[in-house]
Design a protein. Structure first.
Lengths: 284, 350
């Protein structure tokens, strides 16, 4: 076991414990659970950062990798995404006092890191020649960051649908009083997606630019490309409905959920289908 | 240590002595108590209670008659007949129950915590609190916060108007800047207007078949009277609608509400129908983003809150009992010379 794997496992354990604490807070009125969750998450973030730095050091030990980020492998991508997700939640929660949303967001962070430590190959390897490109260096980082934000928005959207159903039922349970109000959830969902969308578009643009330089054309009917465009379309439709057409309530939120479903398909599903986007390290 | 609590509260019936004491400025009362020869005392004064916690020296009897005399003089009323006294452990337990809101008229209300704090602070600024009273009151504030954080004692509204306000907050968050429309100008409409205004609802409009009555009610709450025929337009503006007219037929039909929704840009609409027969068609509830609550919906939420409050009271009572026992053990440990430590971990959280 190396420092990198030990700290990654520790962070995974802490994220899982924080997830349990988040559910504890959701199901009881005990505000201590929320503090416990935040503390566990904070310590988890610390270990995760160390682990990622260790991974970076191992990756940079190959001189040809020196100017790139280790996001082209399954392990690196998952680990980075989990880190971004947890950090985004930590910031959003800290600012909005919405610890209750941990139950919806933290399982994703714990899951992504869990996948990385159990199924992905944690060793670093030199980047293949065509991947050594500045376009490609930033391309996955921007996309993962956008995905992490979308995952946070997904948690908010689920909470919003639950709150909506509670109020519509006329028989609110305790959950109704503990969740933030419908309007707050609705506007947070919109804001997070609106701020992540330009990042997504920029990330896609980098990918197209790289494809143009490498293959001489922007578009190859690669499954991952198609799915990524679908993601952009769904979130674009959501933003249009929400901010241009002025529609609110359940329907735009359903569209944002479709967007996240296609994020998941892009990230995991296309792995199986895509010839061009196979990650360098791959699964073990 | 001798600790005595002298209590005049709403539980010992409506008492003129309590009212007289509650009217006395706290600082002045403390000064007079000090003059009567009491060195260590904290007074808590609210509109429902006047309580005095007096600490005596070890092995020394507290002379309360001089204190009663002084207090009677201050209050301008004979007060010793209606007092309820608690000593030592019972006094500690009572104080913790008070700060937890268990002893309040509206169980779990949170104002009492601030009142205990200000009572303690004025006594401390006059140098009337020794180590024991300092620790006792800091513990009381801690127990009050703990009970509210760990049990549902402070949660759940207990009356129909406050449940309505709470549901509105579940939908809109803060009500500041929201617009309310009140249909009807009777007593129920007035009560609703009062609750909404108290929660900071920004704009209040009143519509009634009789323009004069709508105008009169609107004027009382700095609102705006709306013509009966202008209800569809007002509906497009409003966030919360409370309807309590005496109309025999529905005032808000599905087509009126659906039409208003198209002009609302998707904002949620919270409708409350407390009229009998109904003012708002039930089918309205099926519209996207429209939430219709009828009187019986609100009443069943109240009933549910009342029953869960009973459970929370038991849980908060357990916290009070265990913390009171903890304090007792600490107070006893002082005289043995080996002082136990009390954890004040949450004291600085606010």
């Amino acid at each position: 076991m190396t420092l990198q794997t030990i700290t990654a496992w520790t962070a995974f354990a802490l994220y899982s414990a924080a997830t349990f604490a988040a559910f504890g807070y959701l199901l009881s009125k005990d505000s201590r659970a929320s503090r416990v969750m935040l503390s566990l998450l904070g310590v988890g973030l610390f270990f995760h950062t160390i682990s990622f730095i260790a991974y970076l050091a191992a990756f940079w030990a190959y001189p040809e990798n020196r100017f790139y980020l280790p996001l082209m492998s399954f392990y690196g991508a998952l680990s980075y995404m989990s880190l971004a997700l947890a950090a985004a939640f930590f910031v959003v929660e800290g600012r909005n006092r919405l610890g209750i949303l941990g139950a919806f967001v933290l399982p994703l962070a714990a899951g992504a890191l869990g996948l990385a430590v159990t199924f992905a190959d944690p060793s670093a390897a030199p980047l293949a020649q065509p991947l050594r490109s500045y376009w490609l260096n930033i391309h996955p980082m921007l996309l993962m960051t956008a995905y992490a934000a979308f995952a946070n928005a997904f948690g908010v959207a689920v909470a919003m649908l639950i709150q909506e159903a509670q109020i519509k039922s006329r028989k609110p349970t305790n959950l109704c009083y503990r969740l933030p109000s419908l309007d707050e959830l609705d506007s947070l969902n919109g804001k997070v997606i609106a701020s992540a969308y330009p990042v997504l578009l920029a990330g896609l643009a980098m990918g197209f630019a790289w494809a143009y330089y490498e293959w001489g054309r922007m578009w190859t009917s690669d499954p991952k490309m198609i799915l990524a465009l679908m993601t952009a379309t769904f979130y674009g439709a959501f933003l249009y409905m929400r901010y241009v057409a002025g529609r609110r309530g359940r329907r735009p939120v359903y569209v944002s959920l479709l967007g996240f479903a296609s994020v998941l398909m892009t990230f995991f599903g296309a792995e199986l289908l895509s010839g061009r986007h196979v990650f360098m390290g791959g699964a073990r | 240590m001798k600790l005595v609590a002298l209590i005049w509260s709403h539980k010992s019936a409506a008492s003129p002595a309590r009212e007289a004491l509650a009217g006395v400025p706290l600082e002045y009362a403390l000064t007079q108590i000090q003059k009567a020869g009491v060195q260590e005392a904290v007074a808590i004064s609210t509109c429902n209670r006047f309580e005095l916690y007096v600490a005596g020296k070890e092995g020394q009897r507290l002379d309360l008659s001089a204190l009663y005399c002084a207090l009677s003089e201050v209050a301008g009323h004979e007060i010793s007949a209606t007092v309820e006294t608690r000593e030592d452990h019972e006094a500690v337990r009572h104080l913790f129950a008070v700060s937890s809101g268990l002893d309040s008229l509206v169980v779990g209300e949170s104002e009492i915590l601030g009142q205990v704090r200000s009572g303690y602070e004025s006594a401390r600024s006059k140098g009337m609190t020794g180590k024991r009273l300092n620790v006792l009151f800091q513990r009381a504030l801690y127990v009050g916060k703990k009970a509210r954080a760990e049990t549902a004692i402070g949660a759940g509204a207990m009356s129909v108007p406050s449940v309505a306000v709470q549901m509105a907050e579940n939908i809109f968050g803060r009500l500041e800047g929201k617009a309310a429309l009140i249909l009807g100008a009777g007593a129920m409409a007035e009560l609703s207007a009062k609750h909404l205004a108290a929660r900071g609802v920004g704009r209040l409009s009143v519509a009634n078949r009789t323009w004069e009555r709508a105008y009169a009610l609107a004027a009382r709450f700095q609102g705006e009277a709306v013509a009966w025929s202008a209800i569809p337009e007002a509906l497009a503006e409003a966030d919360v609608v409370i309807s309590s007219t005496g109309s025999p037929t529905a005032v808000l039909t599905k087509s009126i509400v659906a039409d208003a929704c198209r002009r609302r840009g998707g904002r949620s609409l919270f409708l409350i129908d407390i009229a009998m027969p109904r003012d708002i068609e039930e089918s309205v509830h099926a519209l996207d983003g429209v939430y219709l609550y009828r009187l019986e919906d609100l009443e069943s939420i109240v009933a549910k809150n009342v029953s869960s409050r009973v459970e929370a009271m038991a849980a908060a009572g357990r916290i009070v009992a265990s913390k009171a026992a903890e304090f007792d053990a600490w107070a006893k440990s002082l005289s043995t010379g080996r002082e136990l430590s009390l954890k004040h971990s949450r004291r600085s959280s606010k």
